[in-house]
Design a protein around this ligand. Structure first.
Ligand code: KG4
Ligand code: ZN
Length: 339
């Protein structure tokens, strides 16, 4: 009988301090997330220095709480997985140093995990992953199409050339005076809307799987400013709906084209923007029609958490890939295969 494998995951790359214990890369035993959103709201975005301070205050308690909720001791664990990058360097270092200290004190192996690999493996907590698999990764910092031919193997087939989808959401929300993070607010306004301002779609050159959202973002901001200068009232719902329609149409169409070209067995969505109701619906409908299984994790596993880091760490650890005590925070880390 194969022994069960328990991984402690730690995530501190941005504004959530999180720890989680996951069994065999599939089953969440505990999942603790301490969000800092309230502290960053008044600045309209994440302030790196404040993020680091919060992580320092929270990290020990969050790890202890993850063990307590799992009713486990450090010696019940097989490895410690931690987000190595990308992210805010000061924030990453808090999690990495906590992970190193915990691993050293308890003689456990250490596994450095790419944050986006984590977002993708959030799906393994819901449904076994089947390969070849196509992942649409849409978060505050990334918009990518990743093809996985097998477990632990990643091919980046498209990415944003400027703003990430979540970044565009947050900037448009700011213009509409919505609180940070703006994505969920735009989503809500768009869903309540009875009309939509027509905005352009950034398809880029024929055949490209890359994305671009800065032109759309500027179009929305200009529309709002022009209306303001003319003293006209704009309907924020229509603006949000028009913006969201453009984002969703491009994301869905490129994901569909890639799924067909690479003949994938499964399509998944990952990252904070995958929490978007309109996007989930559009992808679900598209892939039902296409007869390709499509999955997206529950919203709590789309936004930053440590269960996803433990799940990805489980795969990397099983492939025999561990890190040593020289591990450093890597703000610009690339998504490399571990198989
Ligand atoms: O993955 P995530 O939690 O953090 C990063 O790794 O960046 O993603 C955060 C992003 C933010 O830009 C936030 O506005 C966006 O995800 N987001 C949404 C929704 N919920 C969160 N965007 C659109 N619709 C949503 N419902
Ligand atoms: Zn993230």
């Amino acid at each position: 009988m194969i022994k069960d494998q328990y991984i402690l995951g730690i995530e501190t790359s941005c504004d959530e301090t999180a720890a989680s214990i996951v069994k065999n890369g599939q089953e969440i035993i505990s999942n603790v997330v301490a969000s800092q959103i309230e502290s960053h709201k008044r600045f309209g975005g994440v302030v790196p220095e404040i993020a680091s301070r919060h992580h320092v205050e929270q990290i020990t308690m969050v790890i202890e709480e993850a063990l307590k909720q799992a009713n486990m001791l450090p010696e019940d664990l097989d490895a410690v997985a931690v987000t190595e990058g990308p992210g805010l360097v000061g924030a990453l270092l808090i999690g990495i140093n906590a992970a190193k200290a915990f691993a050293f004190a308890n003689s456990l192996p250490l596994v450095g995990v790419h944050h986006i690999a984590g977002h993708i493996y959030a799906n393994a907590l819901v449904q076994p992953m089947e390969f070849p698999l196509l992942a649409l990764v849409v978060s505050g910092g990334h918009t990518e199409l990743v093809l996985m031919k097998e477990d632990g193997q990643f091919d980046l087939i498209g990415e944003t050339r400027d703003d990430a989808a979540g970044e565009a959401y947050d900037k448009v929300a700011r213009v509409l005076n919505l609180p940070y993070p703006g994505g969920p607010h735009i989503d809500r306004l768009a869903n309540e809307s009875d009309g939509a301002v027509p905005f352009p779609r950034a398809w880029l050159e024929e055949g490209s799987y890359d994305f671009s959202f800065s032109g759309l973002k500027s179009a929305v901001i200009n529309y709002q400013h022009n209306a303001e200068q003319r003293g006209e009232e704009i309907n924020p719902n229509h603006l949000a709906a028009g913006f969201q329609e453009s984002v969703i149409e491009v994301l869905t169409a490129k994901t569909l084209r890639a799924a067909r070209e690479f003949n994938v067995k499964q399509v998944i969505a990952a990252g904070g923007v995958a929490a978007n109701k309109g996007l989930r619906k559009s992808l679900e409908e598209t892939f039902v029609n296409e007869n390709i299984p499509f999955y997206v994790p529950p919203i709590s596993l789309c936004t930053d958490n440590a269960a996803m880091i433990a799940a990805a760490g489980n795969s990397k650890f099983s492939a025999g890939k561990t890190s040593d005590m020289s591990m450093n925070g890597r703000p610009g880390m690339e998504l490399n295969s571990w198989k």
